[in-house]
Each structure stands twice: as structure tokens, then as C-alpha cells.
Write a protein that binds this ligand. Structure first.
Ligand SMILES: [Zn+2]
Length: 378
């Protein structure tokens, strides 16, 4: 399962932002080509310098479009409150504007060194220090944010499966790739030895529970950029084809991991056509893997919800019943293996319809609840 988690830094304007979103999400003709049907979320920030595309720097019609995309789930991440947001009151005004439009992003992604960031070590944030002028964690989490990203990135392609240092190196067996691989192994070792900064690296985990400095709790996640030369290489529109290579995709499929891809799709865009031919071929390869049923592309929120669901639901069998306690989790895509024919599935006590899947690549049968696709609003 893969989510393209793109920070909007340097996106030239609203038109570019919307065109990228339409191209990835819909299957319609867009300004840059036929859309690919890759369910993809997005990030948004607010208080930015004049001329930088952001929530407050676009016009009323622009904000209406942003609201529609937030309500449909196609914008699911705050990307801080912006470089110029330094006070709690500014965060409050943003949250009021969103609430008035029934918009509730579920993810916080730190941006550069924005004062409202949460991350203490990599992103130098102060947004979760109670009493600090930029403190807003209480407000933002109360508004619906439950997942946070505070700067952690890995080169290892595929999380929640065995750590593999070779995911990037295999493609570029040279000194630069070897150095990056050594760096990634070092992070993993430090995590294994108890360095909290790298505890997600240690188990090649996707998420961990985190307590922010004001005591509030959230789920932190790690992003991945498997570029052989490092997590900050090729992390933009002009480099995406060096990241989403056919080889990388097939490696992710073989490893059966999750990937929340770290990138900036509005950065280094090609004037007039946004993406290079190579970038579009990379996205098409991704759509191809999805079309063949090898890989599911979805928003960061839905990927994290799915992962969380797998950890939190409780399943018990008492023939002919199979009982699932949802514990408030979204069950889209829930799949249970080796279920006898004629089983009655009950979710929180209520009988429920399910799909019976044909044998998978290992010959095992399963049942699923459908993974319903989001409806694109524009
Ligand atoms: Zn950023």
C-alpha cells in the first residue's frame, strides 16, 4: 500500500496545485494529460509570505476549492500553519475558518522550521510547548488531528516488514548509494540500541505512539524516500522518476510493506506542463501496478487508518459466527484469511455482508470488506 504524501512547498499557484490533484486522482482529461485514478491526499499551509501559494494567499474561490478537497479527503494534512504563523491566535483563526466549512484534516506534517511545528529535534518546533506564543497542539488535536509527522524519513522501502538496507543500493551500486545505505543502517542500529530518535527505524515501523511536550498523545508516522542517494534527493516533481522506478515499485510489492512517500510535487515543476515525461511515466507505472491489483494507492489518512485498524480490531470465531469488534476503527479493506464457507460475519454484533476473495498468490482464500474509493469533488 502506498500513499503519496506531498508537501506543497514552492507550488507556484492554485492552478498548479489543483491540476496535480486532478491528474493524480481522476481519470478525466486534465490540463497535463489523462488522469490516473491514484487516490492521493495533499497538504496545505496558511500564513506564508506574499506570492507563495497558501490558504490565505489564494482568493475566496480558491479557498472554496480547498474546502471541497478537505471535505472529500483529498487534502488531509496540515503542513504547519506556515512560515509566518508565530502566535496561537493565528492557529485559532485558521481552525475557525476550517470548522466553519466543515473541514477537519486528520494529519499534521511539520514544515521546514515553522514555529508551529511539533518536532523538537529535527524540525525545531514550538507548537506543542504549553505557554509558548506558538502553542496550538491542544487546539489542533481537538480539531481532529490524530497523526503527526515530525521529520523522520527512512530510505528503506516498505515499512512494517523486515528491514532491508538494500532497497536503494541495488539500483545504484556506487559510492554515494553505499554511503546512504550505511547512514540508514546506522540510524537503524542507533534505534535498536535505544536512541528514541530512531525507534521507528529500529523495527522498520510505520507508526508509534508519541507524547507531545504538552502531554497530549498522538500517533507519529515515518515517511520514506527510497532514492539511492538519500532521503532528500529527488524529493520533488523533477526527481520523482528516480524514486518511483519500476524496480522500486516491484520491490515494494514483493516486500508487501507500506510506503508513505516523502515528496514535494509542486517543487521544481516544468513551466506549462508541470511534470516531465519521465515523471508522468513514473506515475503511469504506479497506476499500472495498481491496475494489476499488486498495489493500492490511497491517501495518507486512509493508509494510516488501515494500519491502525489492523492493530486495534478484535476478532473471535464461534462457528458459524465470526465476530469483529471494531473499537471505532474504519474497517474499509479489512481482510481475514482462512474463513470457513458459510461463516456469518458480525461487526459489533450486527450481521454484515462481505466479499469472498479467490485464492491469493499463496493459494489462501480470504474475505474482505470493500475498500470504497473517495469521490473527487471538483
Ligand atoms: Zn514544507
Amino acid at each position: 500500500m502506498l500513499a503519496i504524501c506531498s508537501d506543497l512547498d514552492d507550488t507556484p499557484d492554485l492552478a498548479t496545485y489543483l491540476t496535480i490533484s486532478r491528474y493524480l486522482n481522476t481519470t478525466e482529461m486534465t490540463a497535463i494529460g489523462t488522469g490516473l485514478g491514484l487516490e492521493t491526499g495533499n497538504t496545505i499551509y496558511f500564513h506564508m509570505a506574499p506570492g507563495e501559494f497558501s490558504y490565505w494567499n489564494t482568493d475566496e474561490a480558491g479557498r472554496d476549492a480547498l474546502h471541497a478537497l478537505m471535505r472529500s479527503g483529498h487534502i488531509d494534512c496540515f503542513h504547519s500553519y506556515g512560515d509566518l504563523a508565530v502566535r496561537r491566535e493565528q492557529a485559532g483563526v485558521c481552525l475557525e475558518a476550517l470548522a466553519a466549512n466543515d473541514c477537519h484534516p486528520t494529519i499534521w506534517v511539520d514544515h521546514a522550521v515553522a514555529p508551529t511545528n511539533f518536532g523538537p529535534d529535527i524540525m525545531f518546533g514550538r507548537g506543542d510547548i504549553a505557554g509558548d506564543p506558538a502553542y496550538h497542539a491542544d487546539l489542533t488535536l481537538a480539531a481532529g488531528v490524530r497523526y503527526v509527522w515530525t521529520g523522520r524519513v527512512t530510505s528503506c522501502l516498505g515499512q512494517e516488514v523486515t528491514y532491508s538496507p538494500w532497497t536503494g543500493l541495488a539500483r545504484r551500486p556506487d559510492t554515494r548509494a553505499a554511503l546512504n545505505t550505511a547512514k540508514d543502517i546506522a540510524k537503524t542500529l542507533r534505534g535498536t540500541l535505544g536512541d528514541a530518535k530512531y525507534s521507528m527505524h529500529a523495527g522498520n515501523r510505520l507508526t508509534r505512539c508519541v507524547t507531545l511536550r504538552d502531554g497530549s498523545r498522538a500517533t507519529e508516522f515515518i515517511r520514506c524516500n527510497p532514492h539511492p542517494y538519500g532521503v532528500s534527493v529527488g524529493d520533488h516533481a523533477a526527481g520523482i522518476h528516480e524514486v518511483l522506478t519500476r524496480e522500486a515499485l516491484s520491490r515494494l510489492v514483493t516486500r508487501q510493506g507500506y510506503c508513505i512517500l516523502y515528496t514535494h510535487l509542486g517543487k521544481h515543476v516544468t513551466p506549462g506542463k508541470i511534470f516531465t515525461d519521465a515523471a508522468m511515466a513514473a506515475f503511469e507505472a504506479l497506476a499500472d501496478e495498481q491496475g494489476r491489483g499488486n498495489l493500492l494507492v490511497t491517501t495518507t489518512t486512509r493508509l494510516l487508518d488501515y494500519h491502525q485498524m489492523r492493530q486495534k480490531i478484535v476478532i473471535s470465531q464461534n462457528a458459524p459466527f465470526l465476530d469483529v469488534e471494531s473499537h471505532g476503527q474504519t474497517l474499509d479493506g479489512m481482510t481475514i484469511y482462512d474463513v470457513p464457507e458459510g461463516t456469518v460475519l458480525r461487526i459489533d454484533g450486527k450481521p454484515s455482508l462481505y466479499l469472498s476473495n479467490p485464492p491469493d498468490h499463496l493459494g489462501r482464500t480470504s474475505i474482505s470488506l470493500p475498500f470504497r474509493r473517495l469521490t473527487y469533488p471538483l
